[in-house]
Design a protein around this ligand. Structure first.
Ligand SMILES: *[C@@H]1O[C@H](CO)[C@@H](O)[C@H](O)[C@H]1NC(C)=O
Ligand SMILES: *[C@@H]1O[C@H](CO)[C@@H](O)[C@H](O)[C@H]1NC(C)=O
Ligand SMILES: *[C@@H]1O[C@H](CO)[C@@H](O)[C@H](O)[C@H]1NC(C)=O
Ligand SMILES: *[C@@H]1O[C@H](CO)[C@@H](O)[C@H](O)[C@H]1NC(C)=O
Ligand SMILES: *[C@@H]1O[C@H](CO)[C@@H](O)[C@H](O)[C@H]1NC(C)=O
Ligand SMILES: *[C@@H]1O[C@H](CO)[C@@H](O)[C@H](O)[C@H]1NC(C)=O
Ligand SMILES: *[C@@H]1O[C@H](CO)[C@@H](O)[C@H](O)[C@H]1NC(C)=O
Length: 374
C-alpha cells in the first residue's frame, strides 16, 4: 500500500505545533463566536486542566521516556507535551490548546476527567500503549479539531463519541483494535480525513453513506466484506484518495467509482473483486495511482484508462485479464510504471497457466447477480 501522510499529522516541531495550535484555535474561536462570553480567569481554565492532567497521570502505568515526570504542580503549560495558547477573546488568558504525546510509548487509560479540557484543539497520541475505550466525556471537547489516536491499543466498537465533536476535521483511529461496524454517520460529518485502517472493523462499508466532505479515506486492512456500495459516489466533491486494500471486498467494482472525479489515488488491491474494470475509471482525469492487483478481475484492460494524462503507476498484476488494449501493453513507452504479471495475457511473460485462465474464462461474471451480503 502506498503511504500517504496528511501534512498536519507529521509529528511537527514544537514551533509548528504551537503556531498551528493557535491558528486552529483562533479559527475555531471565530467559528464558535456564538458561545457565551469567556469571563473565566486564567486560573479557572488552567485549574480544570490541572485536575484533568493529574487524573490522567494517575492512570498512566508505564512511561519509559519520563514524558509525564514533570506533570507536577499547577503550571500545566510547562508540562511536557502540553501546549497552551492565549484564548482568542482574551489574550491574557492562557488555555490548554494542544496535547502532543506522539511516540511516547506510554501505557494507560484515558480517564473521564479529560472532558474538563474544554479548550483543546489538538489531541495527538500516536504510537503509545493507551488501551480501553474512549470516555464519553470527550463529547465536551467542542473545539477539538484533530484527534489522532493511531497506533494504540484501543478496543471496543467504533467510538461514537467522536461523532458528537462539532469541530472535528481530522480523525485518525488507525492501528488499534476497534471492531464491529462503522456507523454511517461517520461519513456525513464534516471531516477532511478519515483513517480507520488496520483495525478489526467488519460488517461491510455502510451502504447509506451520506454526502461526505472527506478528501482522504483509508479503509485498508479491515474485514469489511461485502461490496463497495455505489453510494461511494457521495464522496465525489472532495475525495482524492480512496484506499481499500485488503478489506475482503467482493463483487464487482461499481461504475460509480468513476464519479469520484477528484480522485488521485485508487487502491483496491488484495480483495476478491471480480468482473471487468468499470470503464468509467477512464474519466478520472486526475488519477495518478491505480492499483487493482491481487483480485479476480477479468476481461480487457481498456486503453481509455491507460491514456489518462496523470497516471504514473498502474498495477494490475495477479488478476485474470486476457487483453491489454493499445498502449496498455507497454505503458513504459509513455512513462507510466505498470505491472501486468500473473494475468492471462497470451503475449506476455510471467502469466498464469492456461488451466487457471480457462477455469475463470468458463465462468463469466454477472455483476448484477452478486447480492453483496445485504
Ligand atoms: C468572543 O468575543 C465575541 C465578541 O467580543 C463574542 O461575541 C463571543 O461570544 C466570544 N467568543 C467566545 C468563544 O467567548
Ligand atoms: C526515567 O526516569 C528514571 C528514574 O528517574 C530513570 O531511571 C530513567 O533512566 C529515565 N528514563 C529516561 C529515558 O530518561
Ligand atoms: C515555566 O516555564 C517558564 C519558561 O521556561 C519559566 O519561566 C517558568 O518559571 C516556569 N514556571 C514554573 C512554575 O515552573
Ligand atoms: C464538561 O465541561 C464542563 C465545563 O467545563 C464541566 O463543568 C463538566 O464537568 C465537563 N464534563 C465532564 C464529563 O468532564
Ligand atoms: C489483511 O487484513 C486482515 C484483517 O482483516 C489482517 O489480519 C491481515 O494482517 C491483513 N493483511 C495484510 C497483508 O496486511
Ligand atoms: C507503484 O504502485 C505499486 C502498487 O501500489 C507500489 O507497490 C509501487 O511501490 C509503486 N511504485 C512507485 C515507484 O511508486
Ligand atoms: C516498451 O516501449 C519501450 C520504449 O518505447 C521499449 O524500449 C520496450 O522494449 C517496450 N517493451 C515491450 C515489452 O514491448
Amino acid at each position: 500500500m502506498a503511504s500517504f501522510s496528511f501534512p498536519i499529522t507529521t509529528t511537527a516541531s514544537v514551533l509548528l505545533l504551537l503556531s498551528l495550535t493557535s491558528s486552529v484555535f483562533n479559527n475555531l474561536a471565530a467559528k464558535h463566536s456564538h458561545s457565551s462570553p469567556i469571563k473565566a480567569t486564567t486560573n479557572q481554565r488552567l485549574k480544570k486542566a490541572y485536575i484533568a492532567l493529574q487524573a490522567w497521570k494517575h492512570v498512566i502505568y508505564s512511561d519509559p521516556n519520563n514524558m509525564t515526570a514533570n506533570w507536577v504542580g499547577p503550571s500545566v503549560c510547562n508540562y511536557t507535551g502540553i501546549y497552551c495558547a492565549p484564548f482568542p477573546n482574551d489574550t491574557n488568558v492562557q488555555a490548554v490548546a494542544g496535547i502532543d504525546l506522539n511516540h511516547a510509548d506510554i501505557a494507560g487509560f484515558l480517564p473521564d476527567e479529560l472532558g474538563l479540557l474544554n479548550d483543546l484543539a489538538l489531541l495527538h497520541l500516536n504510537s503509545n500503549r493507551f488501551c480501553g475505550i474512549l470516555p464519553l466525556s470527550l463529547s465536551n471537547l467542542t473545539l477539538l479539531y484533530e484527534l489522532d489516536l493511531s497506533n494504540n491499543r484501543f478496543v471496543g466498537p467504533f467510538p461514537s463519541v467522536v461523532l458528537s465533536l462539532p469541530s472535528l476535521s481530522y480523525l485518525d483511529l488507525r492501528f488499534n483494535e476497534f471492531e464491529g461496524p462503522l456507523p454511517p454517520q461517520l461519513f456525513s460529518k464534516d471531516l477532511d480525513a478519515i483513517f480507520v485502517n488496520n483495525n478489526r472493523f467488519t460488517s461491510m462499508i455502510p451502504s447509506n453513506l451520506g454526502s461526505s466532505s472527506a478528501s482522504v479515506v483509508v479503509f485498508a486492512n479491515n474485514y469489511f466484506g461485502g461490496c463497495l456500495p455505489p453510494s461511494i459516489a457521495n464522496f465525489a466533491n472532495t475525495l482524492e484518495e480512496l484506499l481499500l486494500v485488503n478489506t475482503s471486498l467482493s463483487g464487482c467494482l461499481p461504475p460509480e467509482v468513476g464519479f469520484l472525479y477528484k480522485l488521485k489515488v485508487l487502491d483496491v488491491s488484495s480483495n476478491k473483486l471480480a468482473g471487468p474494470i468499470p470503464y468509467s475509471i477512464a474519466g478520472l482525469a486526475h488519477l495518478e495511482l491505480l492499483n487493482l492487483a491481487h483480485n479476480m478481475f477479468s476481461g480487457i484492460v481498456p486503453e481509455g484508462i491507460c491514456v489518462l494524462p496523470k497516471l504514473s503507476n498502474f498495477t494490475f498484476s495477479y488478476n485474470y485479464f486476457c487483453e491489454e488494449q493499445g498502449i496498455c501493453s507497454n505503458l513504459t513507452s509513455k512513462g507510466t510504471l505498470y505491472d501486468d504479471r500473473r494475468n492471462c495475457l497470451p503475449e506476455k511473460p510471467l502469466q498464469r497457466s492456461k488451466k487457471e485462465c480457462d477455469a475463470v474464462a468458463e465462468h463469466p461474471i454477472d455483476c448484477l447477480a452478486f447480492h453483496c451480503g445485504t
